[in-house]
Design a protein around this ligand. Structure first.
Ligand SMILES: [Zn+2]
Ligand SMILES: [Zn+2]
Length: 419
């Protein structure tokens, strides 16, 4: 039987790498100039980290986890990470980052795995870029994470970014709001989709971001968290709004924005991009997660973060025809015959070690003319010909394939001329 890629998984091919490298490099530059330090965490964690951290009643943990059959040495069930934040928090605790100046600003890059229904531009292995600020409860850091995300998206050249924010309250104010919400939806339970009927028992806030038209219609008139915030949450959200205004960030308030994970509280936000084609796509989002530490059995530690989807960013770069700055590396093809392999390898090594050019050498038995055709196919910049005639005359032929110009040079002058 033929082996194929797993459903929902894909290859990212060489021709796409310019987008990926551009977006990744810019993320590295932006995150370090904004004071974030890179953290790399494993793709595999104990399942209980995600069950407790993300919440058992979320779609992710309920039906989208890749649980691994093999267990850890101490018999714990393992899973592929469905996002990076829970692992980041685990790493913060395990490595004693609490003793560092707070908040600890971390940036992460890596793939995450969810067994979602495969659809266009949605993959079961996808790539995330995270900014996290752990250890400070001040609203300033919510603003800083939003600001950092926008600076990065701006540097990518993406225009028409729509920033939506909301507050989903805290332990003080959310329970009574939750009751109001349950009552409202119970009165209209017949109109809810099957998933939302279940969410009404497990996670009623999630009904607010259900994509079913009937549920959406109902949600529009539902009680709003923003009208039910406690004074502390109100003050926190006011600070976020006024600071964003001070920074000239264009944002909208969306009372239905709740985000799909249990660990969020207070500020939540999302970034969408409107392409020239008119298509809107979500580039990512995040929020404050002050309770995540307690959810996984640790002492309370406030934190806020964002996850941007690299797959979506790359799509947006393409859809908006963003010009990717070209990294100039010129290539030179070394053309020889079976009699001149030694000289060709010598020249290749010398070019590699002393010039910025990329030498390409494929020892072949075909005629020199045929090999020059290959040079055109590969779109290389130069070719150096080292055949029996050249050995006899003691001079190589150097050909500029862009101009067609060809000249004879002494072997020891080759590198000098190329650099
Ligand atoms: Zn509150
Ligand atoms: Zn629904």
């Amino acid at each position: 039987m033929k082996i194929q890629s797993v459903r929902g998984m894909r290859d990212i091919l060489p021709e796409d790498q310019k987008y990926w490298q551009f977006a990744q490099n810019l993320f590295d530059e932006t995150s370090s100039s904004l004071g974030f330090s890179r953290l790399i965490i494993p793709s595999v964690e104990e399942l209980s980290l995600f069950e407790r951290g993300i919440g058992e009643a979320t779609d992710i943990v309920e039906k989208e986890m890749f649980v691994i059959a093999a267990k850890s040495d101490d018999n714990a069930t393992l899973a592929l990470r469905p996002e990076l934040t829970a692992g980041c928090v685990r790493a913060y605790i395990e490595n004693g980052m609490k003793s560092k100046p707070q908040p600890v600003r971390l940036s992460l890059f890596g793939s995450a795995f969810r067994r979602e229904r495969p659809q266009k531009n949605r993959y079961r292995e996808f790539y995330q870029l995270d900014f996290e600020a752990i250890g400070d409860e001040k609203a300033l850091w919510d603003v800083y994470i939003i600001y950092s995300s926008l600076k990065y998206l701006e540097r990518l050249g993406l225009k028409n970014i729509r920033t939506t924010v909301n507050s989903i309250g805290c332990r003080e104010c959310r329970p009574s709001y939750r009751e109001k919400l349950i009552k409202y939806f119970k009165d209209n339970v017949d109109k809810l989709c099957e998933d939302c009927k279940r969410r009404l028992r497990t996670n009623p806030l999630r009904i607010l971001d259900c994509k079913e038209p009937a549920c959406q219609g109902l949600s529009k008139d539902a009680p709003k968290m923003l009208d039910n915030l406690c004074p502390a949450c109100d003050e926190h959200f006011d600070y976020v709004k006024s600071s964003l205004n001070n920074l000239n960030v264009d944002f909208e308030i969306n009372p239905q924005l709740v985000r799909g994970l249990d660990y969020y509280n207070r500020t939540v936000f999302e970034f969408n991009q409107k392409a020239d084609t008119g298509r809107q796509s979500s580039l990512g989002g995040g929020g404050r997660y002050d309770y995540l530490f307690e959810m996984i059995g640790e002492s309370p530690t406030p934190a806020v973060g964002v996850a941007l989807g690299l797959d979506r960013i790359v799509n947006a770069l393409k859809e908006n025809s963003i010009e990717i700055p070209k990294v100039e590396t010129k290539q030179i093809l070394i053309v020889g015959t079976p009699d001149t392999v030694k000289q060709c390898l010598g020249a290749s090594n010398k070019i590699f070690e002393t010039t910025a050019l990329t030498p390409l050498y494929f020892p072949q038995e075909t005629a020199i003319g045929k090999q020059l055709e290959l040079a055109n196919k590969l779109q290389v910049d130069y070719a150096v010909i080292i055949g029996p005639d050249e050995l006899k005359s003691g001079k190589y032929q150097l050909k500029d394939l862009k101009t067609g110009e060809q000249k004879q040079i002494k072997p020891d002058k080759l590198v000098e001329l190329l650099s």
